[in-house]
Design a protein around this ligand. Structure first.
Ligand code: ADP
Length: 420
């Protein structure tokens, strides 16, 4: 074998090793989401493939346009030992590569006035030769990748190709990692905000409830005792206080809009018992409106496996609506229909009714049939969307029926029987 043949074979073997390493590091860059890991692997692979003593990355802050030199000191393989040193954009080699968006090949760095010695001093490294390429995402330059101190000969033509491939893959990997960090940060901020909102609602509704209890108590007492005009005034106070109580309930119940099956506190619930609790909850409102209210309980009683507190809240809400949207002296009824697989709890009223086109819309959060500015009835438009969430968490359904304006409405909550 001649010397010439063996040197060609050597070159081929080296190229093959480099390509293998390039594939290996590409796979890693594609899968890693840690900036430090990406940088460490990138510099490691760049130095190895280009047969250089070291490699460094200079990253540009996209907002401030400040450059930061990131390097792995010789002999260190630990990501946490990476050094980061600020580099001027003007007059430095890295600044040139980034601003001009061009590679640079220097066999003797000491002859180049753009060499920023500070980085050598701080990283304890002496730069003799350098090959640097821009790191780009499409046309945007995000930094530079530099291989430093070629071992043995001069930089070779393939070196630049290899470094450019590594730089473009790393740029995308770094951007991806940065986006993940931002996303995680935004997620944490969002959950903090959400907690703040929930705490605020919980505290505000609790603080509002105490004085409201006093108002409700005295207004009921006055309504019972007072006659004539004073009695009418007491009625008005009681009505307004009851509306306010419903608003506070809606605020408190906002968190149930996202209730899931796994969060339910299921227990054996007797429907007859539950309906008596509903009666207790809405009694004051019904009598303030002189409406008739009756319950047709299931015969025999039906027991379901459900979240008692949430079902009570849901049914109370539906009956509250029936009371609210039914004129004085109107009729409201709850009846239970026991079916083979499910039980239907129907709330029937002879109130203002619902146009056919709105029957599905009213289950959307904050949706109200009447325009918000001109509406006569209070409320936040949340009750039915919470009722739907509670029904679905129980694997049940809820729907509304109405023959139209002034024809009354029927709301049916269907819940599966048995141990779902
Ligand atoms: P809110 O009662 O606070 O407005 P809901 O989500 O409970 O919110 O109800 C949404 C809308 O559905 C109401 O604003 C009303 O337009 C309509 N609605 C609900 N129940 C009835 C009912 N029994 N009769 C007529 N309309 C109703």
């Amino acid at each position: 074998m001649t010397n010439q043949t063996s040197s060609v074979e050597d070159r081929q073997a080296r190229a093959l090793r480099s390509l293998n390493r390039l594939v290996e590091v590409s796979l890693f860059l594609n899968s890693s989401l840690s900036t430090e890991e990406i940088l460490t692997q990138l510099m490691d692979a760049s130095a190895e493939i280009l047969h250089a003593e070291s490699a460094s990355v200079i990253l540009m802050d996209q907002n401030t346009h400040e450059l930061h030199f990131v390097a792995m000191p010789t002999g260190s393989a630990q990501a946490e030992q990476l050094v980061r040193i600020p580099v001027p954009l003007e007059g430095s080699i890295a600044g040139y590569i980034i601003k001009e968006n061009k590679p640079i090949v220097l066999d003797d760095v000491s002859q180049d006035p753009r060499h920023y010695r500070n980085t050598d001093d701080q990283s304890g490294f002496r730069t003799r030769s350098l090959l640097g390429v821009p790191m780009r995402i499409k046309d945007r330059v995000v930094g530079a990748l530099e291989a430093v101190n070629k071992i043995g000969d001069h930089w070779e033509s393939d070196d630049q190709n290899y470094l450019e491939i590594l730089a473009s893959q790393a740029a995308i990997a770094l951007e991806k990692a940065e986006l993940v960090v931002q996303l995680q940060k935004a997620n944490v901020e969002l959950s903090q905000l959400d907690k703040l909102k929930n705490d605020f609602i919980a505290i505000a509704s609790h603080e509002l409830r105490t004085p409201l209890g006093v108002i409700l108590g005295y207004a009921s007492f006055l309504k019972d005792e007072a006659q004539g005009e004073l009695g009418d005034h007491a009625d008005a106070v009681l009505n307004s206080a009851l509306k306010m109580r419903n608003l506070i309930e809606d605020m408190t119940n906002l968190r149930f809009l996202k209730i899931r099956d796994s969060e339910l506190q299921r227990d054996e619930v007797s429907l007859s018992g539950l309906l008596q609790l509903v009666r207790g909850d809405i009694f004051a409102m019904v009598s303030a409106n002189d409406q008739t209210f009756n319950i047709v309980p299931p015969e025999p009683d039906v027991v379901i496996y459900a979240d008692r507190a949430l079902l009570l809240m849901t049914l109370t809400n539906i009956v509250n609506n029936a009371v609210k949207f039914t004129p004085q002296e109107g009729h409201i009824q709850i009846k239970v229909i026991d079916r083979p697989q499910e039980v239907w709890i129907c709330v029937v009223d002879d109130g203002i009714g619902i146009p056919h086109s709105e029957l599905a819309n009213i289950f959307r959060p904050f949706y109200q049939v009447e325009d918000h500015m001109t509406r006569r009835h209070g409320g936040m438009g949340l009750g039915l969307s919470i009722a739907k969430a509670v029904a679905e968490a129980h694997r049940g359904r809820i729907w509304a029926e109405s023959a139209g304006k002034d024809q009354g409405a029927t709301f049916t909550l269907s819940l599966p029987k048995g141990w779902v």
